[in-house]
Design a protein around this ligand. Structure first.
Ligand code: ZN
Ligand code: ZN
Length: 258
């Protein structure tokens, strides 16, 4: 019996593996998520993309997640945050922008592979463990509808939905509205960006966020002007607290085109 079961079991397992691979392949083209190179895991990165994915592991600014010099303790703020007085409390980032992180962000933004949001959201949940604990609701930074038409998906909402689902938190999509399309923020200072997004957000009519602890999610944070405009609307709308969680943090040192 065992002589027959052995090969049969092997054949069955290998058939199941083939089916599994073809199911994975049908929802997800095989290959490294960042560069397309051959990898066995359909949600994986190849070794060279892993090597230049800079996960944020060291202590950073408590408010904007910018890496701080060695010795910085938890709860400390960088000079920019001390000066700018953001409307959110704590900020967490999964990666530093650049290399693989940049390729993942662009790929998600252009809607090529929405499933990329899955591992990105997982890294964000790890980085944002403390801010997600005790939160009531996860809210994405919204896109204006004209952008949404062009891009097919809101990359921030793809990330926030997966985070909310996995954490068992309410997903407050549609609570924060983008009332006008804004020009690109590229190459602008915090102050210029702040002017550019002034009045671009509003709270949805009838949305009740009184006393809610909200985690505001975006794919990338550069100066924080956009997140700050969104956080201000949520705080003015009665939220008890707003923390932010992004996939990638752009710092001056790696402020590259995107
Ligand atoms: Zn790769
Ligand atoms: Zn900071």
């Amino acid at each position: 019996m065992s002589k027959i079961a052995g090969p049969n079991l092997h054949a069955t397992l290998s058939m199941l593996r083939r089916i599994g691979a073809s199911v994975a392949g049908s929802i997800w083209p095989p290959g490294c998520m960042a560069c397309g190179a051959d990898v066995s895991d359909p949600f994986g990165l190849c070794p060279s993309c892993w090597a230049d994915l800079r996960l944020v592991s060291m202590a950073g600014c408590d408010r904007c997640a910018k890496p701080m010099p060695v010795g910085a303790g938890q709860g400390l703020q960088c000079e920019d945050c001390a000066r700018l007085r953001m409307r959110w409390q704590r900020g967490r980032a999964a990666t530093l922008y650049g290399g693989s992180a940049r390729r993942l962000v662009l790929s998600l933004k252009h809607g090529d592979r929405a499933e990329i949001a899955r591992p990105m959201a997982r890294w964000m949940r790890q980085a944002g463990r403390d801010v997600l604990t005790g939160a009531d609701m996860v809210v994405p930074v919204p896109l204006h509808w004209t952008r949404r038409l062009k891009r097919r998906l809101n990359q921030s909402a793809e990330l926030s939905r997966r985070i909310a689902d996995a954490e068992g938190l309410a997903h407050g999509t549609g609570i924060l509205l983008r009332t006008r399309a804004t020009d690109s923020q590229r190459g602008r200072s915090f102050e210029q960006r702040q002017r550019n997004v002034a009045g671009a957000f509003a709270l949805a009519e009838g949305a009740d966020i009184t006393g809610k602890r909200i985690v505001l999610v975006d794919d990338v944070m550069t100066t924080g002007a956009t997140l700050n405009a969104g956080a201000a609307i949520l705080r003015d709308g009665g939220a008890a607290s707003v923390d932010i969680l992004v996939f990638a943090r752009v710092t001056r040192e790696n402020d590259v085109r995107f």
